[in-house]
Design a protein around this ligand. Sequence first.
Ligand SMILES: Nc1ncnc2c1ncn2[C@@H]1O[C@H](COP(=O)(O)OP(=O)(O)OP(=O)(O)O)[C@@H](O)[C@H]1O
Ligand SMILES: [Mg+2]
Length: 320
Amino acid sequence: MMKLVTTSPAMQRIAELVERVAQTDSSVLLLGESGTGKDAFARCIHDLSPRRNQPFVKIDGAALPEDLFESEVFGFEKGAFTGAIESKPGRFEAANGGTLVLDEISNLSLAAQAKLLRVIEERSFERLGGKQAIKIDVRIIALANVDMKEAVRAHTFRNDLYYRLAVVAIELPRLLDRSEDIPVLAEQFVKQFAARNGRTGVQLAKTTLELLLDYDFPGNVRELRNIIERAVLGTNREIIEPEHLPDYLRSANRLMQSRLHKPSLAELEAVYIREVLEYVRGNKTRAAEILGISRKNLYEKMHRYKINLSRAQSVESLCE
Ligand SMILES: Nc1ncnc2c1ncn2[C@@H]1O[C@H](COP(=O)(O)OP(=O)(O)OP(=O)(O)O)[C@@H](O)[C@H]1O
Ligand SMILES: [Mg+2]
């Protein structure tokens, strides 16, 4: 089972709730921005539940085109439509005894919503073209973006279905609103990606962590995970330095606005020189002009701050 990090008070409360609801068959609605961990928590609820050894099946409301929804979800009998040469069970049947995850429910058409509501209320359904009622026992976990409530208000999502699904509603906070989780999550991801490459003892420099703590993570946990993966793969060294983070995290502008880390002049100078060099694509004559210093002085500073131009840039500077 994947280890989910829940250090912040907000996430601790959620972890306790998740443990409790996992023991029940109640429908759960997990709400949260992209990358906050809805999928991860759905899996976690299943793994903690008495259904853990039963199927775990997912239906993605965004990926299934309207006309395929019914046949995929409910299955069909031979001859139900052109091309139905054999009977096929749908995902509801596949999930029987286990957990069914409905992802991105706000994208379900009203027709699909009506059908789902019926299955949830009656706990039985028929395959397309079938007459026999099939009884099923599934625990439903629905996932949605936070604007779900807006969809209910705007009547693009049925109120009655919403309340059926949201018996227990859990809203996963943005990473920005639980920055206590950043160091622990980052550490876990560092270990994970380092281990994949057979490396041990890899860790973040203090300044690297400070930059992460200052960032707002619009892509939430997923974005942090991607940033760490890139950083770990980007160096063979044991210590991950700020230079291994994407540029947008350590621009001069961001450093100046930093809440936690007030940069030294030398740090700002180094970051700014890098930015200017990137801007002029490695052309040192132009960079020196913009910076108002001599080329010789620029070289000295680049040497002092260990600024190496990337390969593409150095090729270009060869042609200066
Ligand atoms: N608390 C956590 N601890 C450890 N890893 C986490 C945690 N939350 C999320 N992750 C990881 O972050 C990534 C994104 O999470 P997930 O796919 O569950 O997000 P999501 O809310 O379903 O996003 P989307 O709305 O885009 O589908 C995954 O790799 C997941 O394993
Ligand atoms: Mg998801």
